[in-house]
Design a protein around this ligand. Structure first.
Ligand SMILES: Cc1cc2nc3c(=O)[nH]c(=O)nc-3n(C[C@H](O)[C@H](O)[C@H](O)COP(=O)(O)OP(=O)(O)OC[C@H]3O[C@@H](n4cnc5c(N)ncnc54)[C@H](O)[C@@H]3O)c2cc1C
Length: 332
């Protein structure tokens, strides 16, 4: 541990006053790191009318929740949020700071790290700590063709953004004990250059493949003409359709359904990889699925390296047989 720096801090992201899942996921990992490094886990809760949410963060693993509740934090605005989090970090001298690699986190973290004059490892998919307090931050590099592990030996805090869906939250424990500390930040309003005039919400209901228990994932080997076969399978299994970047680029499914390095990280109970070759960028987004079933006509396809069940064959033939069997079993 570098002298004068201690403990793990997690930025608890909120939207419309509600804590986002990414905060609980980071607390899950943060708890593990805090235990390994014999330190405490703190959550930084910044927003307006958010104090009532603090207890949840304790139930998910925080020892302390530091709350900044201020009207100027009602909507996410870079300068306001940077000032609030900088104030806390600058006073507390953390050893480690974790932030979600969400659109908010990707905006906040680099500005914060610049103000703190420390490094930032963005978009991590793996974090490992040593008892000494050193953090090994792993992220895809060179177009996802290799995984780079980054350490920060000389500057603190060690800062990292982590992709949503990668880390696992702990089970909520209402009986966990922790402290809630309210902090008043001396905001410098003269630096607030942006204000929210109006919020217009997109009407479209976005599909959230990250939450699906079963994913039926479509690759280039399926093709547009056969997408209905996958949709039939998904309907029978009450599953959600997702896919590789190849089928997103071909306009077969929408971007929100893309799995992988530049798409979503998923962890369903069952992942069907149908006509998907298993490129490293795809695998990065689904390798932590509970059970992976792959169908590919190429027995050397990379996807079979990580599949729990592999079927060598044509999806056009196998998927309808599968649907028929499921229907038969359901009818029994
Ligand atoms: C920076 C970067 C980021 C990327 N991000 C992502 C990402 O987030 N997600 C992602 O998925 N990709 C990503 N990619 C692209 C990735 O490298 C691959 O090109 C892509 O995953 C391939 O998609 P695919 O497996 O569907 O297609 P292909 O690689 O073309 O594979 C098709 C497979 O289908 C099989 N097949 C063909 N016909 C049949 C049939 N009738 N029955 C059964 N099997 C059949 C073939 O044997 C083959 O294995 C990224 C690439 C880069 C460079």
């Amino acid at each position: 541990m570098l002298e004068g720096y201690k403990d793990v801090y997690v930025f608890a992201e909120t939207r419309d006053g509600k804590i986002q899942d990414i905060a609980f996921e980071l607390l899950g990992k943060g708890r593990e790191i805090a235990d390994i490094t014999s330190s405490k886990l703190h959550a930084i809760l910044v927003g307006y009318n958010v104090s009532k949410e603090a207890k949840k963060l304790i139930g998910y693993g925080a020892d302390e929740v530091i709350v900044v509740d201020d009207k100027c934090l009602e909507n996410y605005l870079t300068e306001q949020y940077v000032q609030a989090t900088y104030h806390i970090i600058n006073e507390r001298h953390p050893n480690i700071v974790l932030i979600g690699a969400t659109s908010i986190g990707r905006d906040l973290a680099p500005r914060l790290s610049a103000r703190l004059k420390t490094g930032l490892t963005a978009d991590c998919t793996k974090l490992e700590a040593e008892a000494s307090g050193a953090l090994f931050m792993t992220r895809p590099a060179f177009g996802g063709n290799l995984m780079a592990t980054i350490v920060s030996p000389n500057t603190r805090p060690q800062m990292s953004t982590v992709r949503p869906g990668v880390m696992q939250k702990l089970h909520y424990d209402e009986s966990r004990k922790g402290e809630v500390t309210t902090v008043k930040v001396p905001f410098d309003a003269s630096k607030f250059k942006v204000e929210v005039v109006e919020i217009k919400r997109e009407n479209k209901k976005q599909v959230k493949i990250e939450d699906a228990k079963i994913l039926v994932s479509c690759g280039r080997g399926v093709g547009k003409a056969n997408l209905h076969l996958l949709e039939d399978l998904a309907t029978e299994l009450h599953a959600t359709v997702s896919g590789s970047r190849a089928v997103v680029d071909d306009g077969i499914i929408e971007q929100a359904r893309q799995v992988g390095q530049t798409g979503k990280t998923v962890r369903p109970n069952v992942y069907f990889a149908l006509g998907i070759s298993g490129a490293i960028q795809h695998i990065a987004g689904m390798e932590n699925s509970e059970f992976i079933i792959a169908i590919n006509k190429d027995k050397f396809a990379n996807i079979f390296q990580i599949a729990d069940l592999g079927i060598v064959g044509d999806v056009k033939k196998i998927v309808p047989l599968l649907v028929e069997e499921i229907k038969k079993i359901k009818a029994q």
